[in-house]
Write a protein that binds this ligand. Structure first.
Ligand SMILES: Cc1ncc(COP(=O)(O)O)c(C=O)c1O
Length: 499
């Protein structure tokens, strides 16, 4: 390789040294990576003077937009005290406070119990313990390992396998990849992965306005028939609650969670909720699993289906039967500012690990940056903002409008199929006139993405699915602009009516 001078164009210098994530690097030769120089709210500012809208929250994590001033200040303040200290053998007030607050929020307690002025101490609730890690995949690994070890330590060592859902995505480390059903990401690494039973025939729906949103009684018998043979050997069922992200931005009926919970309880099988994409307000709740309580609002913000009264998320009371044994959070946990993840679990699980040192029952997982103080400061500040700006309430009020923005694109564009949405996620698929998939080699979704960037929005496609997953506090006019750019990009690539 020739020497590259620092006067060379950035793209040359980039391609000389940097291997970008989730990319076929050759694509960058014809469509260079965007050179970001600043970011604010839902906008990225580029070196060439343009600004573009971050319609996908930078891989779904920027729940509060870029550089929220309250979070930036909190990180700066923490930097003045200490930035990172080993979390084994030490403690500090911010990390304990974060655990107390995350537990209160995940237990569905009112914002007064987890906002900036929340009193110190633990409130009663389903989840009682927090294990910290530094990214989503690692949180999934932690939960899988905890579930396996907990089963053995409660006298069920034969429970060694995992059940997951078709189209699941749980991350890129090998345990997380094993419970992932996305061959595109996992095929080359098959020999490193363990076998998992994937449940098929899931009750996919288009969102809260779907008449069968809260009912999967038709599909359940076929799912239960797949589960029953696994009842004596499974350690845990892992699932992304309601929203399956990287597997295709699919939505399934929250009723599946209720039924899965009942089945798992009856057979002493743990439940692991991967809330990494769906939690932290993306679906309008701190945990998407709260939607399985059957007390939540339809997209018009008025009706509830199983309960006559409206229960904003802050009023959802704790219902142990519908919450899992482990819940993994990341992404929006810090408002998407710094890497942090956590696994929440119960005292019942924790007590299985509590023993004399020589009994060898400890959970000995460790990562160097566990509990990084800057990330913890960011997460505490993010919770301040969730509470003070009523982010959950805002998502619930504006969710239906986000989906409507995509539904409005469908008339006159017959290639748009399966418009769906829930909370602050809305997606559509591009299909042939007969509904079949577009040829892979055409890379239609990718071409729409390129067109959208040229028109001012980072609208990274997922195969031939296009979607909006913007920061939860994105102003309406920016949401309108994202939808308009998507429409123009579709028209440019697919020439209306001819796809
Ligand atoms: C549902 C889900 N689980 C796990 C992960 C992995 O998280 P990370 O990329 O932080 O490892 C992701 C990432 O997109 C995700 O969407």
């Amino acid at each position: 390789m020739d020497m590259i001078s620092d006067a060379a164009p950035m793209i040359e210098r980039d391609l000389a040294v940097l291997w970008h994530p989730g990319s076929q690097m050759r694509d960058y030769r014809s469509f260079p990576p965007l050179e970001v120089v600043a970011a604010e709210g839902p906008r990225l500012f580029l070196a060439d003077g343009r600004s573009i809208l971050d319609a996908i929250s930078s891989w779904w994590c920027k729940s509060l937009g870029h550089r929220h001033p309250h979070i930036v200040d909190a990180i700066r303040d923490q930097l003045d005290a200490f930035e990172h200290v080993i979390l084994a053998n030490t403690t500090n007030v911010p990390v304990v406070r974060l655990c107390e607050r995350v537990l209160a929020a995940a237990n569905g307690r009112p914002a007064a119990d987890w906002g900036a002025d929340a009193p110190p101490g633990v409130k009663p609730g389903h989840f009682n313990k927090v294990f910290l890690a530094d990214n989503g995949s690692t949180a999934v690994e932690v939960a899988l390992k905890m579930a396996l070890q907990a089963q053995a330590q409660r006298g069920q060592p034969q429970r060694q396998s995992f059940i997951a859902l078709q189209n699941a995505y749980h991350g890129e480390t090998t345990g997380a990849l094993s419970v992932t059903d996305c061959p595109l990401y996992s095929t080359p690494y098959r020999s490193m992965m363990f076998d998992v039973a994937f449940l098929t025939d899931l009750p996919y729906r288009t969102g809260p306005d779907d008449p069968r949103w809260l009912d999967c009684s038709d599909e359940w018998p076929a799912i239960e028939a797949q589960l029953n043979p696994l009842a004596d050997t499974a350690a845990a069922v892992i699932y992304e609650p309601v929203l399956q992200g990287a597997g295709g931005l699919l939505l399934y009926s929250p009723d599946l969670l209720t039924r899965l919970h009942q089945w798992a309880r009856a057979h002493d099988i743990y439940l692991i909720a991967d809330e990494i994409a769906a939690g932290m307000g993306r679906l309008g709740h701190i945990l998407a699993g709260h939607m399985a309580d059957g007390r939540w609002q339809m997209a018009d913000g008025k009706k509830t289906v199983k309960d006559d009264s409206i229960h904003p998320p802050s009023a959802i009371s704790h219902r142990p039967s519908s919450l899992p044994d482990f819940a993994c959070l990341s992404k929006g946990l810090t408002g998407g500012t710094l890497p942090l993840s956590c696994v929440l679990t119960t005292d019942a699980v924790y007590d299985l690990f509590d023993a004399d040192y020589h009994d060898r029952r400890a959970f000995l997982h460790s990562n160097t940056y566990t509990g990084n103080a800057l990330a913890v400061a960011a997460a505490n500040a993010a919770l301040d903002v969730y509470a003070s700006e009523d982010i959950l309430g805002l998502v619930q009020q504006r969710a239906a409008d986000l989906t409507r923005r995509l539904a409005d694109l469908a008339p006159g564009r017959p290639y748009i199929r399966n418009v769906r949405g829930c909370g602050f996620v809305a997606a559509l698929d591009l299909r042939q006139p007969d509904g079949s998939r577009l040829p892979n080699r055409d890379r239609t979704g990718y071409r729409v993405y390129r067109e959208a960037v040229a028109r001012g929005a980072l609208l990274r496609s997922l195969g031939d699915s296009l979607y909006l997953m913007p920061p939860l506090n994105t102003p309406d006019e920016d949401l309108d602009a994202m939808a308009a750019i998507l429409a123009d990009s579709l028209d440019a690539v697919l020439e209306t009516g001819t796809a």
